[in-house]
Design a protein around this ligand. Structure first.
Ligand code: HSE
Length: 301
């Protein structure tokens, strides 16, 4: 008995909603093949596409550790034999929710092997624990869209309250990953703990405007709202050519531009695939001129 599950990359924060907003893309993503075997215990058979970066030890690997956690919750950890093949189709430490995609794929796979004892909502806290294992902090803005699809809002963390938001048809993302390493753990340590009230007012106005824009399918409102005054000024320092890439994306007609998750990937949000494609291509050309290698992904939101 076996299952094969794909979970997509995600763009956390959706520019203005730090730790609360995120969306899934069509590609890239990670794949988990899971097999039920005779011998009890959870084991990793192979990991492909990680350049040897991820541990094969089932207690240290996030995917297997989460699977074990779920089996323990169901009280069947001593009876069941599970073997995992993980294939990574996206870079690690890129700001595209790489660890989340693997975790979500693994938990979804084991749940379906068992005949779906848990709903997606019930799986979510286990996914968040996986994120905590991977980067030291249990934010849900990558795992929620990876599991639910589309755009998600984490309305609250205690208890976890995830809401699916409408996705306007013409919304596209042009993503560029400049190949420098920015671990989420480091990118989170940079951020200031305290914010100014006037900045908070700007930020929550933008978040509310974005949500209204999504419901109204009002692209102009979406565009005016997708600005981040809290996190971007600090994290932009870690990303080469950030402000030049922003200028290029907006000049190409993007609705907005910002950091994907904790970076270094950046995202141009556009109305229509062509604009997203152009913005990402122009950014990539600029990075090539600066001798910075990059990867590009264009997807509907
Ligand atoms: N909200 C998280 C952060 C996402 O910005 O640190 C990490 O991918």
């Amino acid at each position: 008995e076996s299952v094969r599950v794909f979970a997509p990359a995600t763009v956390a924060n959706m520019i203005c909603g730090f730790d609360i907003l995120g969306f899934a893309v069509d590609y890239p993503g990670d794949e988990v093949a899971m097999y039920r075997v005779e011998e009890p215990g959870v084991r990793i058979r192979t990991i492909v596409g990680d350049d040897g970066k991820l541990p094969l030890d089932a207690d240290r690997n996030t995917v297997s550790a989460c699977v074990k956690m779920l089996l323990a919750h169901l009280g069947i950890q001593d009876e069941l034999g599970i073997e995992i093949e993980l294939t990574k189709h996206m870079p690690i430490g890129s700001g595209l929710g790489s660890s989340s995609a693997s975790t979500v794929a693994g938990l979804f796979a084991v749940n379906s092997l068992l005949g779906n004892p848990l709903s997606k909502e019930e799986l979510m806290p286990f996914c968040v624990e996986g994120e905590r294992l991977a980067c030291g902090h249990g934010h849900a803005d990558n795992v929620a869209p990876a599991l639910m699809g589309g755009i998600t809002l984490v309305r609250g963390y205690q208890p976890l309250d995830v809401i699916k938001l409408p996705v306007p048809d013409e919304l596209y993302a042009g993503i560029v990953f400049p190949q420098v390493d920015v671990p989420t753990r480091d990118a989170r340590q940079l951020i200031k703990e305290k914010v100014l009230l006037k900045d908070a007012v700007t930020q929550w106005g933008n978040i509310a405007g974005l949500i209204a824009g999504l419901y109204e399918r009002d692209y102009a409102l979406i565009s005016r709202s997708m600005h981040d005054v809290l996190i971007e000024p600090t994290r932009a320092i870690l990303i080469p050519e950030f402000y030049e890439m922003k200028r290029i994306a907006l000049a190409a007609g993007a609705l907005s531009f910002g950091i994907s998750g904790s970076g270094p990937s950046v995202v141009a949000i556009a109305r229509g695939k062509e604009v997203a494609e152009q913005a990402a291509s122009f950014i990539q050309q600029h990075l090539t001129q600066c001798e910075i290698e990059s990867l590009k992904y264009v997807s509907s939101v």
